[in-house]
Design a protein around this ligand. Structure first.
Ligand SMILES: *Cc1c(COP(=O)(O)O)cnc(C)c1O
Length: 365
């Protein structure tokens, strides 16, 4: 059997008609940037997240950068980010001129460990960016409590967790602002690059909107030195076609994850932990194994696609040599990069395929 790491085909087979209708609507209207589709999607996604405002932007990296800029964060400021995340979280901080301060995760959940955040706070710290990694919410009660006590902003990076719940509340509705990526492979993906910032704060929403539109509040009137990062009409139409199915498709990912977690029985393999307050959406199903590379080879030889999230931690990347963090200084991020293996996870994986993956992991010895 051949099972890819990810496939969009089952989703596209179901939603192809809606996607084509979205394309037709935009083409017929002949209006491509900042119009009806954008407004309609923003309204629907804000409602989905349980927040007041949603501002569409060009991608998930821009979303974080624009949120930081809207909060006035820049040169000389420290921003706490997880040591284990996709590098975009740290790059956004660097791009606005601030310093990313890397804080280690809880190895069981892969998410930033709130107990370690407080010791990383300096007089220059302005914000925390918790990342709801692999689809599971961070411990938001602890993070919001620390932020309140130290007067810090919280920007949730929700790029991997569209629709996930923490204490029955949607992620993206806890911090001062939250950012989403709609990169095609995310749980809610466009057919190209797209992203958004959500918030309950009108001023932040207006600033993000202006910053992503050349710093303009109305045509040819510029209040900020902005850039160009907008959600285009075509992508907004595609996202509107997919949003109504997001909860159902996430539910299917949860069903697959539960099968993996109950079916995988190999003493060399550790399955991910779900905390009681969390309903994850399983962007990634990451197992851990000391013999990860051998396990990966075993699965690949049996026709199963796998991936690693992430093979080189941020502090070990060449571009971040200026952080001067040596190997061994962030041991948990390093352990995850050495031992984590991501199994196939996408809407439309069949029971037979899931069972084949389970049997193949169990036959590794
Ligand atoms: C994908 C991702 C981003 C970046 O999103 P893009 O749309 O690809 O720019 C940011 N943060 C995390 C955690 C991501 O997974």
């Amino acid at each position: 059997m051949r099972i890819p790491f990810v496939s969009f085909l089952p989703m596209e087979r179901e939603l192809g008609e809606e996607l084509k209708q979205g394309f037709e609507r935009v083409l017929t209207r002949s209006w491509y940037i900042s119009g009806e589709e954008d407004t309609a999607f923003e309204k629907a996604f804000a409602k989905f997240c349980g927040v007041e405002y949603c501002v569409g932007v060009g991608n998930g990296l821009d979303a974080i950068m624009l949120a930081l800029k809207a909060l006035g964060i820049g040169a000389g400021d420290d921003v706490i980010v997880p040591s284990n995340t996709y590098i975009a979280t740290a790059l956004a901080v660097t791009y606005v001129g601030a310093n990313p301060i890397l804080v280690e995760p809880d190895i069981r959940t892969f998410n930033i460990n709130p107990a370690l955040i407080e010791t990383a706070i300096t007089p220059n710290t302005k914000a925390i960016i918790p990342v709801h990694l692999y689809g599971q919410a961070c411990d938001m009660d602890s993070i919001m409590d620390i932020a309140k006590r130290h007067d810090l902003y919280v920007i949730e990076d929700c790029a991997q967790a569209h629709g996930a719940l923490y204490k029955n509340q949607r992620i993206g509705s806890f911090g001062d602002a939250a950012t989403f990526s709609f990169y095609p492979g995310k749980n809610l993906g466009a057919l190209g690059d797209a992203g958004c910032v959500v918030t309950n704060n009108k001023e932040i929403a207006e600033k993000v909107r202006a910053l992503g539109n050349y710093g303009s509040d109305y045509k040819y009137h510029h209040i900020l030195k902005g850039n160009n990062s907008r959600l285009d009409e075509m992508q907004a139409a595609f996202l509107s076609a997919k949003l109504p199915s997001l909860d159902r498709m996430n539910e299917e990912r949860r069903r697959i994850a539960e099968k993996y977690s109950s079916g995988i029985k190999n003493e060399k393999v550790v399955c991910p932990t779900v905390l009681p307050d969390c309903v994850p959406v399983w962007h990634i199903y990451g197992i851990r194994c000391e013999e990860r590379d051998a396990l990966e080879k075993h699965l690949n030889e049996l026709g199963i696609g796998t991936n690693k999230h992430y093979p080189i931690p941020i502090h070990m990347q060449e571009c971040y040599s200026d952080l001067k963090i040596k190997a061994g200084e962030l041991p948990i991020a390093e352990e995850i990069s050495r031992t984590e293996l991501s199994l196939p996870m996408f809407y439309g994986l069949t029971d037979e395929e899931v069972q084949y993956v389970i049997d193949s992991v169990n036959s590794f010895g």
